[in-house]
Design a protein around this ligand. Sequence first.
Ligand code: UGA
Ligand code: MN
Length: 243
Amino acid sequence: PPLYIITPTYRRPEQLAELTRLGYTLKHVVNLYWLVIEDAEEPTPQVTKLLQKINVPFSHLVAQMPAKYRKNKVKPRGVSNRNRGLEWIRANASDGVLYFADDDNTYDVEIFDEMRYTKKVSMWPVGLITKFGVSSPIVKNGTVVGFYDGWIGGRKYPVDMASFSVSVRFLLSRPNASMPYKPGYEEDGFLKSLSPLKLTEIELLASNCTEILVWHTQSKKNPNAMSLDMGKYNNTNLVHLRN
Ligand code: UGA
Ligand code: MN
């Protein structure tokens, strides 16, 4: 069955670096379709070029964050993009598995082979996240009995976006499933929109959640990167400085 990888992305100095790293990871995976969805008015040409160069089967779409959220201090990051990805899947896919892969995380290719057999929803741990260092389902006798996460926030599913996959057939059986524009509650809202779903139906990967195959990494921002962003720069403008 095909894997549909939904990646929200947005224009910033790190964008091409993040997509390069993720793209060459995905290149190790067979039967994968990459939905790269920019939070932008228009697709960024440098991104299109990079996707063509990496040569993983892809669609490059746009879905801008609605203006009313853009001025918020805490923004619903990647939500319009992911909902656009779900819309694409509803229109174009009939089986397989979907996964929300943010552009900045780190993925062991093993997780893609494991998630491919998801019947409804699969889950696994995420490393390097919150002050707890890891977020994971708590497993007893092969089923989820709770969640270990640095921030519970009254959520039914206190999990990270990178910690679960959903079968396309299951998504299609839930025509109203979508992600809410609710910072901090995107994962919880989306998973709840898939109900009914019993905790005992959640398939546990990464050896019953004992291995970390996905990390919530973040690139360090370089304050000087603005003038050198998006791949090409004018080398002749560089001046040699002594320090
Ligand atoms: C954490 C979670 O891992 C995200 O899945 C969740 O969307 C996010 O919190 C949230 O709730 O806001 P975090 O590392 O804090 O992620 O967020 P980012 O990596 O900055 O953004 C998540 C995704 O959205 C990335 O793929 C990023 O490229 C994209 N994004 C971010 C946009 O499309 N637009 C933005 O304005 C910001
Ligand atoms: Mn991130």
